[in-house]
Design a protein around this ligand. Sequence first.
Ligand SMILES: [Zn+2]
Length: 357
Amino acid sequence: MLYTYSKSSVTPTWFQDFVSAMVSGVLRARSEQVPASTWQAVLPAAHESELLGRRGLESRYEDLKKASLTLSPEDARQNLLATASSSFYEDVLSGAVDYRVSFAATAPFNMALKDLLGFSFKLLREIKNTPGDILSLRDELYRRAYEAMPEHVCPFCGLSTFGAPHPDMPREALDHYLSLSVYPLFGSHLPNLVPMCHACNSSFKLATDMLIADDGTPRVCVDPHGSQTAKISLANSEPFGNGLLPRWVIDFDPALDAFETWDQVFKIRLRYQENALNTNFKGWLDVFARWVKTSSVDVHDSNAVSVALSRWAAIIGGFDDRGFIKKPMFEMLASSALRPDDVGTRVTQFVQTLCAL
Ligand SMILES: [Zn+2]
């Protein structure tokens, strides 16, 4: 990821506590081999009027109670222990705990859980944290994330901008980072619901398992609320390796396995090559050349060309206009201009010709 979301944008809500209490109550009853509470009995008194008529939620709660009978009391007890851990989600996400080992659910129970938590996720669009709130829980989560972002671009790709939160405008999708189908317990867990652009969410990630590769092997992934962020390096690219275009070598700095998972899931390298670098290479150079000409920047030899490219790289950057990938492109050209082989000469002549036009 290019940046991560602020942990402070995710705050506990009564609805999340209620959903967790439904699941843990059912597991506790099964582990103790006693009947689970009735629907009326599980409703929190402060929100009873809001929840009482929600038949969809009630029927799914009843389905979960029935499905819990397919669990052995011992498995129910083990699952209750997992849900009681305040760090269970973080432990699963970091790979410290294997979800399927810690949460030993039968297929019917998993199905009922997915149904209940998926329905609860949809209700986030309607339910508010306090009666006076203007925004629903889901829109409020997006608003908080949006306001804490360093720039309003998708942190998973940097290629799409995020719309401002406004009741009359659609907001970005909230992705189940750990998918609902594989990790139903986290289906309405707010830290697992991350704003993501349409392309990342609907064209690339879909329901991909962030923790298991296509060949079934475990893998590590970035925590969207953690501290690992990637910078893009193009230092190993060849300036004239692909006709009129460079042969791009896109590296992540630091070189973490979690960033390779990011690439596998979101096709980051391919998208940067095709949708940013190849598409914009000439246009970005044209803007640079205009700056050289209008500012009378010296490009009379290789050293001067390299200095000019470096100065331009220092001006651009950040997330605006894809600066996070434009800047390393100019840095690569700046160092290439100083190469002692004929590539250095070609880069110098190429830039001089461009700036003379
Ligand atoms: Zn994106």
